[in-house]
Design a protein around this ligand. Sequence first.
Ligand code: BGC
Length: 366
Amino acid sequence: MKAIAITPGKGDARLIDIEEPSVKNDKDVKLQVLEVGICGTDREEIVGGRADAPSGSSELVIGHEMLGRVVETGKGVTKIKKGDYAMLMVRRPCNHCPFCLNNRSDMCSSGDYTERGIKGIHGYQTEFVVDHENFVIPVAEEIRDIGVLTEPLSVVIKAVDEALMLQSCRFSGIVPDLIKGKRALVAGLGPIGLLAALVLKLKGADIYGLDIVKPASVRPSIFSEIGGHYINGLELKTENIDNTYGPMDFIFEATGIAKLEFELMDALAVNGVYVLAGIPAGERPVTILGADLMRKMVLKNQVMLGSVNASYDHYIKASEELVRFKNTFSSPVSKLITERVNYRDFRNVLELHSSDEIKAIVEWSR
Ligand code: BGC
């Protein structure tokens, strides 16, 4: 069967032939891959960035955001059946740290976890995949068209949940609702940012979105349709966000631009929480007013946290939340997938990137 592979450290994405996997254990599930989303991590991998091949191999099949259909199950599988839509989680546990031993490989403390399509195990840019049912997430048929967004949404749901959990420990008994009616800023209106906007809007936040494209272009238009106020970073300096719109109680960062990540601290309100979900690449140094930044954080009781990956429960929530999105925001949600190409034309979406792109998808089967 066909697969898209790279040589880690080098990139050079290409179509290769690999052996079709088969169900070997009672708990194995075999999925036919329908679609695989492209994200910043894939684009980093294809130019020689962060990626590791499975041991003994010099190449890695890429892809970690998938939607598939179950074609076969082992005798002991109870969670899913043939014909169901489903997707597979990204991370696999190290099996020796306390987090991985408690189904929280997203918080793995040993660093020995693996990630399909990223770190040490082949990914989903291929025709069929087999995995243990513990990593299979059911996807409702009614979201067949957007189910491929389950993985990026799981990352958003974890980041928002973690941030609000920290705040609720501090505010319990004092402030009844931490996000409802509060100002929440999303930086970067790509797929992660727009999904975060939907999550925060459904939680009742007053959402603001920062990007550097014209207000009439696709991403700000979708953000406005969700009910957000667009902030054009080409016209307004980051340091003026709080003076113009008021300080932000919640900031969700999805640009992965280190300099901006620091600058945005300036917009954070007293007792505010700031969650970083973008993964910066490169080594470019950043100059910051360190003492000023730290002083404000201390004197304003602020929280800044990083968040990566997601647990099983976050994935389940994500696949359920997509149904809510579709029912509540059907028009903006239907616009999130901007490009679909057949796997033979993968270069058109993996190596090229239009300014209006939100989520580009490689199709393996219909
Ligand atoms: C993926 C995560 C993964 C992270 C780090 C992201 O692109 O969405 O699932 O944990 O990269 O490798």
